[in-house]
Design a protein around this ligand. Structure first.
Ligand code: NI
Length: 254
């Protein structure tokens, strides 16, 4: 299995990170991409990628921390990108639910990092919360899919997902697909071709059923795979095999 998005650098894993990763490996998780949320977490992701064979790093400043995005931060990302096993820029985007950073700051950091990803020739991991239309317009205007683009923990409509699919984006499905009443992600899993689907946990957040509300971890990605399989009417094994191959190709992992 390939967990395309897990924050293993999060302090919630400080007490038992090694055990959590070992349990994931035993459960069949072969690869994890650890996205950055700010400069220090991007640096931690890079460090974890050096320590653990199964971990790859993405570097970026999350919309929550967009207010801290400046030239110095961009320089720090540029130098982190030179490190081994850095496979993407992310997670970046817009979050108009929490608005921890002002909208203008979010837009600036988002666009700057799209440009940075092109300079670095790296794909993107996108966070979009309650900003569906503007994220789509920004990505389209800047041709963000040039080196590949993942809509992480996708929460938009099936119709919008199809627009992304047409343009070659990947859609990553997370724990909410397992929640009762969560019809949208289930419909999205149905309409997105398996070749453009990825699965993720977004650990330590968003634990799927049957662990909803508790700390999430990469081995839980199996429950996401199972629900995707149900939506598509195919076997879990096929979902696991194809999404792993998709993610390896996307992140150019050999
Ligand atoms: Ni995340």
């Amino acid at each position: 299995m390939f967990d395309s998005h897990a924050h293993m650098d999060d302090k919630k894993f400080d007490p038992d990170r090694r055990e959590v990763l070992k349990a994931a490996k035993t459960a069949g998780v072969n690869y994890i991409v650890n996205p950055g949320a700010d400069i220090s977490s991007s640096a931690r992701a890079v460090k974890l990628a050096k320590e653990y064979a199964m971990i790859y790093a993405a570097i970026g400043v999350h919309p929550h921390s967009a207010k801290d995005y400046d030239e110095k931060a961009e320089e720090a990302l540029r130098s982190l990108a030179m490190e081994k096993k850095v496979v993407a820029v992310g997670e970046i985007g817009l979050d108009f639910h929490y608005n921890y950073s002002e909208k203008e700051a979010q837009r600036k950091a988002f666009i700057s990092q799209i440009k940075l990803s092109k300079e670095l020739k790296l794909p993107l991991i996108i966070h979009d919360r309650e900003a569906n239309g503007e994220v789509f317009d920004t990505l389209t205007a800047h041709e963000a899919q040039e080196y590949g683009c993942i809509m992480h923990c996708y929460s938009g409509s099936p119709e919008l997902a199809e627009e992304y699919v047409k343009r070659g984006y990947h859609i990553s499905i997370a724990g909410p697909i397992t929640f009762k009443n969560a019809k949208k992600p289930y419909e999205v899993a149905k309409v997105v071709p398996l070749q453009q689907l990825l699965i993720e946990t977004d650990a330590p957040y968003l634990a799927p059923e049957p662990r909803r509300g508790r700390r999430n971890e990469p081995l839980m990605v199996r429950f996401v795979a199972a629900k995707v399989a149900e939506a598509k009417g195919i076997s879990v094994e096929e979902v696991i095999r194809v999404t792993e191959a998709n993610a390896k190709a996307f992140f150019k992992i050999v």
